[in-house]
Design a protein around this ligand. Structure first.
Ligand SMILES: [Zn+2]
Length: 501
């Protein structure tokens, strides 16, 4: 139903998106679940800021101007039509403040109202400390989103990330295309620090900027790769005025509750309902070209899974211990906006949320021995899950690409940032049965050809045997977490363990 053409690709704030919201709310109502959105409804309205930066943007320093698109891309953390930033540029290395790792690139630095120039990725782990910043795995300190968040917390007015192909793992063109069109964001939360200008600069521009202050970028970067580095004012002032057109839109998270005997705390299942809508016709399109992003796997399948979890629990002869919340979030594809908003405006404080279990895509290929859950190595939920899988003759798989940082890119992540132990289901790697090898190949084909394309469509030949088994595991896990005497928690030393402390 959700992936049918009738829903027009479920873009937030469109007719198809509203149909998806109504459909999901109706399913929850039919199951007898309680509305837990705004004003006694199933809907939590999420404001979404849609903004487009004028291409006249430029970053100026004495003697040079870095051009938009060529040398720099920029966007704003504010909604104003005109955002001027001018001030000194301070090189802050990796821009990391990690007390649990005794690493603070901002120690003793004054960046208030200034520009900070930042390297992306994690600082490297030295030979005598091979697990520093996760070793080869990417930690959240390495993500560009973190760099901007920390710069804002430190009071900077503008932040410029240095793009290098090696550290970003993608070429400058990817930065250009992802940041130069229409951008979506949440309005800045009241009282929360926000950056006037968030930018990326090419390595060439960063090198030039450092040189103008009489500094050498390579030497600065080398110094920044060891603990104890102190930020370096470059002795250059930079100025830019960002002009943008922005508008507000609204789309809803659909929030339903199955009250437990302990209604003060809850286990939260999430799944995003949105996808990309309908794409504009392109030159060379066939007359009948399919332009609808049905998003059958991504993520109608996950929503279907959540509906079935809700159905099973609503029919259970007993109430759960802690309450169950089923949250169908919006605007995941625009940057996890619905889940972020839910965590910022929660129906109960995050400290009362026992866990978040996120479903982003169900296994439609066939039965699998393993279950892979991003985050299972971070908290006490991992061992609980492993025990359930073992009972059922299955195994807990591992994230095969920890260096890619998938843990930071799904709807469970805003929960993790708020200290809530969280998991997100990922793709199995050990299919069973005579077709196992062919299924792995099919999975690769989907990722190569159909991911985020109009061809992500429902096929009656899909095999949900593996999905049904996964959902049984997720149901049991959530039910056990709800009944456990203690709340789950992050492992000692995990980046998200400190939030609740
Ligand atoms: Zn997607």
């Amino acid at each position: 139903m959700l992936s049918s053409d009738l829903f027009e690709g479920r873009a937030p704030s469109t007719r198809g998106g509203r149909l998806a919201e109504e459909y999901l709310a109706t399913q929850m109502a039919a199951l007898g679940l309680q509305p837990a959105g705004d004003d006694g409804t199933f809907f939590q309205q999420v404001p979404i800021v849609e903004s487009t930066v004028e291409r006249t943007f430029a970053l100026s320093v004495p003697g040079a101007t870095y051009r938009y698109f060529e040398d720099v891309v920029a966007f704003s953390g504010l909604e104003s039509a005109r955002v001027p930033v001018q001030g000194e540029v301070v090189f802050v290395g990796y821009g990391v403040n990690a007390p649990e790792l005794k690493w603070n690139d901002y120690a003793g630095a004054d960046v208030k109202g200034k520009w900070v120039l930042i390297m992306v990725n994690d600082p490297p782990a030295p030979a005598d400390e091979p697990t520093l910043f996760g070793g080869p795995a990417l930690t959240y300190y390495g993500r560009w989103t973190y760099k901007y968040e920390e710069a804002a917390r430190q009071g900077a007015a503008g932040a410029l990330l240095i793009h290098t192909e090696e550290s970003a793992t993608y070429p400058w063109q990817v930065v250009q295309t992802s940041w130069s069109g229409t951008q979506y964001s949440l309005p800045p939360a009241a009282g929360a620090p926000a950056l006037g200008i968030k930018g990326w600069v090419t390595e060439r521009a960063a090198r030039d900027l450092a040189t103008r202050g009489g500094k050498d970028l390579d030497a600065l970067r080398k110094a920044a790769s060891v603990r104890g580095f102190t930020a370096v004012p470059l002795g250059v002032r930079a100025a830019a005025t960002l002009q943008q057109r922005s508008a507000r839109k609204t789309a809803a998270n659909v929030v339903a509750k199955l009250p437990g005997t302990n209604d003060q705390q809850a286990v939260i299942y999430t799944s995003h309902w949105d996808h990309f809508g309908v794409r504009d016709p392109q030159p060379g399109d066939a007359k009948d070209a399919d332009r609808i992003f049905n998003g059958a796997y991504d993520n109608a399948s996950g929503c279907a899974g959540l509906i079935e979890l809700a159905r099973a629990m609503a029919r259970a002869p007993q109430k759960p211990a802690r309450s169950m919340l089923f949250v169908f979030v919006t605007a995941e594809e625009s940057g996890l906006l619905g889940s972020e908003y839910f965590v910022q405006h929660p129906p109960m404080p995050p400290a009362q949320m026992a866990a978040n279990l996120n479903v982003d895509g169900l296994n439609y290929l066939g039965p699998a021995r393993d279950m892979v859950q991003l985050g299972s190595d971070r908290s006490t939920i991992g061992p609980m899950l492993e025990a359930i899988l073992k009972e059922r003759g299955r195994v807990l798989g591992r994230d095969s690409h920890p260096e890619r940082g998938y843990f930071f890119r799904s709807d469970h992540f805003p929960f993790a940032k708020a200290g809530v132990p969280a998991l997100s289901i990922s793709e199995p790697k050990e299919f069973t049965g005579p077709n196992a090898a062919a299924l792995l190949k099919k999975q690769e084909d989907y990722n190569g050809k159909d991911y985020h394309q109009p061809s992500d469509e429902y096929d009656p030949a899909w095999d949900f045997t593996g999905a049904v088994e996964d959902l049984r595991v997720l149901a049991r896990l959530g039910w056990q977490i709800a009944a456990a005497s203690e709340m789950p928690k992050y492992s000692e030393g995990d980046q998200f363990a400190n939030v609740r402390k």
